[in-house]
Ligand binder design. Structure first.
Ligand code: ZN
Length: 505
């Protein structure tokens, strides 16, 4: 039985080599490729994707998994072998349940969808995108039906990004979060304390921003001996091999913070990737648990660490010395308040630590209604605007900055949005536990000591790969299921102090 297991693992590692080659091509496309090279690159990537899919769905894999199903190696899902067999089986079953024609139609519609979406957005014309979105929803319903579900058509789609998560549970936690956030935003709007946002704009040479960003990423514990930082219009993190983790960020001459927080966020993802066991690369036990857990790492570093006052007690003097024209005469308190400005706004990607979650909730609620066909696509723009009025008290002036602002739905990514907020929730719950176990982390951050937190994350989360599902991980680490309470405690504490809000019980 051991030799069957070994064969299964070598096959998975071979597939991982192809996938990592694909990752190199995609990384190059997003950071270096000249525009004229795009067409041939698309051919390369399509060819590779076909080879990878063939390997992943080969009947030989099915036979190995069948033989191993009743083996003692598969008995404990949290053991090395049990986790590998369990996850490969799950992936194999999901992939082989989808008819080839549906896979191809989904891929084709995603490419067409993104193109049409970009045009519709440019012209602020939702009706141009509407038929394509209707078709995409129809295909996603077919996909869900082929994979199978008992409760919600959304379940199998969510499961792609958040293995084991159930729509009803996520909806419960997120609605409790919404019920706590909407009044908090109202309270903040009513506060007479407001940061001076002008202090964040000035003159910040890109080369110096890059040095400063690298210095911060290195202090957090991102290893540049096994990673790099490049420039891209859309910041991202990708892994090209076991010791090759690439971050990309963007810079704006007139402000430091946009680019810097992107760098911190992506470095958070990168530290997770670098903390996975390199010798298990290509096996489920060498891979990240889920998008939600991945995002918990990036958001913990970005918001709970990077937007804390203690972090800036360490780094603000460095920033002032690096950018004297920008921050020379700005106090730490004014800077700290400005980087934590809370203000309902239209665009998700530019929103603050609190209202971000409401942007996600709106999308999550709408995409469930769309998939369950309780909301017609033709009514989507109005439903979108209605939710922005109710949750954030603002209304998009057009669809371009309203329902057409995100690429996700055009690319067929349904079930993806909630993982952003799940990330915030997991981050707060893990961070609270880390503070209980490591003592006052702020004291350490003030001295520039980030290693204890990083090592805590490594031993509690990173080193396990996919041995635990996201919800098992929350239970194992914090002794509790995921809930909104830790995040609300953090947000009330931090923003209550900044905006001078009355204490609540
Ligand atoms: Zn992220």
């Amino acid at each position: 039985m051991h030799s069957t297991y070994e064969e299964l693992c070598s096959h998975a590692r071979e597939t991982a080599i192809l996938s990592s080659v694909q990752a190199v091509l995609e990384w190059d496309e997003r950071t270096k490729l000249p525009a004229a090279g795009g067409e041939y690159r698309a051919e390369q990537v399509t060819q590779l994707a076909g080879l990878i899919h063939e390997k992943q769905t080969s009947s030989q894999v099915g036979e190995w998994l069948e033989m191993l199903a009743t083996s003692p190696l598969a008995a404990d899902p949290h053991s090395e072998t049990g986790a590998v067999i369990g996850h490969l089986r799950r992936d194999y079953e999901k992939k082989t349940k989808l008819p080839q024609s549906l896979v191809e139609e989904l891929a084709h519609t995603a490419v067409m969808g993104q193109r049409l979406w970009a045009e519709a957005r440019k012209e602020d014309d939702f009706s141009r995108f509407q038929p394509l979105l209707e078709k995409t929803l129809d295909l996603k319903r077919q996909e869900a039906a082929a994979v199978g579900f008992t409760d919600s058509v959304y379940d199998p789609l969510l499961d792609d990004y958040e293995p084991g998560a159930k729509t009803a549970d996520v909806a419960q936690v997120l609605s409790e979060l919404r019920n706590a956030l909407v009044p908090l935003v109202e309270e903040i709007k009513g506060s007479d304390r407001k940061p001076n946002m002008k202090i964040l704009t000035g003159d910040y040479p890109v080369a110096l921003q890059e040095d400063f960003g690298k210095q911060v990423a290195e202090a957090m514990g991102f290893g540049f001996q096994a990673g790099r930082l490049d420039v891209s219009d859309h910041p991202f993190c990708t892994t090209l091999g076991p010791h090759d983790v690439c971050l990309a960020t963007r810079y704006h001459e007139e402000t430091l913070v946009g680019g810097l927080f992107s760098t911190i966020h992506e470095a958070g993802h990168g530290i997770y990737e670098q903390g996975l066991p390199a010798e298990k690369f290509g096996l489920p036990t060498g891979e990240a648990v889920s998008l939600g857990i991945h995002e918990s790492q990036s958001r913990m570093w970005e918001n709970l660490v990077g937007r804390s006052r203690a972090f800036w007690e360490q780094f603000y003097p460095v920033a002032q010395a690096t950018f004297p024209a920008g921050f020379g005469d700005v106090s730490l308190d004014d800077f700290y308040f400005a980087i934590n400005n809370v203000q309902p706004s239209l665009i998700r990607t530019e929103s603050d630590e609190i209202t971000y979650n409401l942007h996600i909730l709106i999308r999550f609620e709408l995409e469930i209604d769309l998939l369950e066909a309780t909301l017609a696509v033709s009514d989507l723009p109005e439903a979108w605007n209605e939710k922005y009025r109710t949750y954030l008290g603002i209304e998009p002036p057009d669809d371009r900055d309203g329902v057409l602002q995100d690429v996700h739905w055009s690319a067929g990514l349904f079930g993806y949005f909630p993982t952003y907020s799940l990330g915030n929730l997991y981050a707060a719950q893990f961070f609270e536990k880390a503070c209980q176990e490591l003592g006052d982390l702020n004291d350490l951050f003030r001295k520039g000591q980030f290693e204890p937190l990083r090592e805590w994350l490594r031993s509690n989360i990173h080193q396990h790969g996919q041995k635990y599902t996201p919800s098992e991980l929350a239970q194992k680490i914090t002794g509790k299921p995921l809930s909104h309470t830790a995040l609300i405690r953090h947000l009330r504490g931090k923003f209550g102090a900044l905006y001078n809000l009355p204490e609540t019980t």
